[in-house]
Design a protein around this ligand. Sequence first.
Ligand SMILES: Cc1cc2nc3c(=O)[nH]c(=O)nc-3n(C[C@H](O)[C@H](O)[C@H](O)COP(=O)(O)OP(=O)(O)OC[C@H]3O[C@@H](n4cnc5c(N)ncnc54)[C@H](O)[C@@H]3O)c2cc1C
Length: 462
Amino acid sequence: MSASRRTIAWLRGDLRVDDNPALATALERGTDGCTAVYLIDDAFWSRHHWGPARRGMNLRAVAAMRAGLAEAGIDLRVLTTASNPAEEVIAEACRLLGATEVHVNREFGVDELRRDERVAIRLADANVDLRRHHDQTILPVEEIRSGAGTPYTVFTPFKRKWIALLGEAGIPAPLDPPRTSDPPLKTSPPLADEIDLDTALRDVPESAFEAGEAEPHRRLEAFLDGPVERYHDDRDPPSLDGTSTISPWLACGSISPRRILMVLTRRFGPDPAAWAKGPSTWLSELIWREFYRHVMDGIPKLSMDRPLHGWTDRVRWRDDEAGFTAWCDGRTGIAIVDAGMRQLAATGWMHNRVRMITATFLAKHLLIDWRRGERFFMHQLVDGDFPSNNGGWQWAASTGTDAAPYFRIFNPDRQAERFDPEATYIRRWIPEYDGPGSMKPIVDLKAARVRAIETFKTAKNG
Ligand SMILES: Cc1cc2nc3c(=O)[nH]c(=O)nc-3n(C[C@H](O)[C@H](O)[C@H](O)COP(=O)(O)OP(=O)(O)OC[C@H]3O[C@@H](n4cnc5c(N)ncnc54)[C@H](O)[C@@H]3O)c2cc1C
């Protein structure tokens, strides 16, 4: 006979019932009841520059998950840190529910780890156990180390190790969603919602990205039904629907990367080394996502606004408010940059190639501190994901892992000629575009390139 016990599953970046280790364990161990809770933490979100698109995606995903959990007889309560910090809110929920265990899926980033540590200490005072589960990645990337025992800072050897570990451990089996309980699991004494979700949802902007668990699976299947075969070629031209567009759901945890890998292996076989170029390139992108979480975990300064390469702290970034505003507004006069920034403003999403071009333009041609761009992206993106965003920005600014060498600078016009030769993407976002030379750039690309190289060289020689 197992002991009678009440548990809490505290949901955060894991808004799904499928393959959710914290939820599954809380349910299994909550022999006398399990309640799911979600905390609206406005201050935390603001500190991490989450904008309306990202907040809206999360709140809608919470609503979808509440419906999914209700079908399984599990209550989801929405709490808030408006008056009390997270540790007090969770401790009070435990007191009201008589819960002795709280299960969470581990999140990456220093603030997240510190918050969980504070919660663990506070709960321990009340004889409640905070149990942390591995979740956000396919493999436990926080445990991966190089031969020298250090975290990897270059992608290719990390990927090699990752593939080898996958071969040794086998494809991790995703956990099935909870089955309907009959009678429903008890959650008495009741814990009330502190925020009315329907009211909160009225304030979030419309979005073309339908929150919940069904849509990412639909997109995944549609992608695997065809586009994945040409992914290695089609992922670069931004006018094509050549990528999966699954990132918003991965960011809020509505689909699990382990489930994705399982679906991939069912389609293409158990050994990724034997896959065709398309699916194998796509897997590499999922491994990039794992890599950025690996470095963020192993090198804490990355989540403290610091570059990986210390010398780049000496770069004298320009103070150029007009340039920054023009970039944000998509009015730099460089067609591909403006098209990308307008896509971002209109949809909350931007094609990867164009993220690379717009980020490089800000950090190199305008020589504006990459952290300003990183924050702006985070505020605008519906798929805002701290490790991937930081990794992408540090790559573009030549300050981070696998960084583009500072003297190799994308020319945005050449990039447009190569990846958008008919200006199809540019015209979609800038209807008034009238061909090369029709816009007035705010910088001379050649001179700006030389200025960036000289500035970086001075910093490096430092
Ligand atoms: C400056 C910059 C900022 C970025 N900010 C974010 C961000 O906030 N959130 C985010 O999810 N991605 C970010 N990326 C990575 C990438 O642009 C997006 O993941 C991708 O465009 C999402 O589209 P998709 O789902 O169609 O990707 P697909 O090409 O279908 O790839 C599948 C998945 O692999 C992962 N992935 C793909 N490329 C990368 C990459 N370069 N780095 C890490 N993971 C990757 C994503 O989870 C993506 O959903 C950024 C890249 C750059 C250059």
